[in-house]
Design a protein around this ligand. Structure first.
Ligand SMILES: C[S@@+](CC[C@H](N)C(=O)[O-])C[C@H]1O[C@@H](n2cnc3c(N)ncnc32)[C@H](O)[C@@H]1O
Length: 215
């Protein structure tokens, strides 16, 4: 999906770390990373829950299992599952379910969120991180992602999470900005193959919603 994943991981690690702090993710937690892809969120979670915890890394694409296997080295509690979020069936109810850059691709985000909520223990945590693609800018021009079903889903996830019965603890948007060489330009080149000169870039804001499921 991406070339050099390091830029991608570093740029979005900040809101992920803040979300984990708010939820209080700790050693021993059992978590699910839904739409895990190459495992960037899985890796951050694995570091927090340590060997006494467990992460289910779920993706509908079997390729993800190979990528997760690399992440799992040194984190023996990472378990890769090939499932669509719509059919999510975990071996146990988890303390936390998380998705990032997933809902923009699914047919029905409400169904996906309901499946995630159903996989969490009562009083557990749901973290949803999704972009507002069209709010990103290169030299003032809006980004677009024609292949995404819901490119601006980030703007509506707070309401979706609340309507799924969860109580929002905190929600915010995060948008790295840059010009010239640096991680923002590197990420865009990874994603689009286009090398930028000195254009101003604001990446599409990533909206993070941290919420609790009902008791
Ligand atoms: C853009 S990647 C995000 C990867 C990762 N969450 C991250 O933030 O780095 C989206 C992932 O969602 C997966 N995906 C898309 N639709 C899905 C669905 N309905 N159920 C499960 N996974 C899905 C894709 O296979 C892909 O790996």
């Amino acid at each position: 999906m991406l070339g050099d994943m390091d830029h991608y991981r570093d740029l979005w690690a900040e809101p992920a770390s803040r979300a984990m702090d708010i939820a209080g993710v700790s050693p021993g937690w059992h978590c699910a990373d839904i739409g895990a892809g190459t495992g960037a969120v899985t890796e951050l979670l694995a570091r927090r829950v340590t060997r006494s915890g467990r992460i289910y890394a779920v993706d509908q694409d079997p390729q993800s299992r190979d990528d997760i296997a690399d992440i799992a080295v040194g984190h023996t509690q990472v378990i890769a599952l090939t499932q669509a979020v719509e059919d999510l069936t975990l071996p146990e109810a988890v303390d936390l379910a998380w998705c990032r850059f997933l809902l923009l691709h699914v047919w029905d985000p409400e169904i996906a969120i309901a499946a995630m909520v159903a996989s969490i223990k009562p009083g557990g945590w749901l973290i949803v991180e999704e972009p507002i693609i069209s709010a990103g800018r290169i030299d003032g021009e809006p980004f677009s992602m024609p292949e995404a079903r819901h490119p601006d889903i980030g703007a509506t996830i707070a309401g979706l999470v609340r309507r799924a019965g969860c109580e929002i603890e905190e929600a915010w948007a995060y948008a790295p900005v840059g010009a010239g060489p640096g991680p923002v330009a590197d990420l865009l080149e990874d994603l689009t193959g286009v090398a930028l000169a000195d254009e101003s870039v604001m990446l599409s804001p990533l909206v993070t919603v941290v919420a609790k499921t009902p008791q």
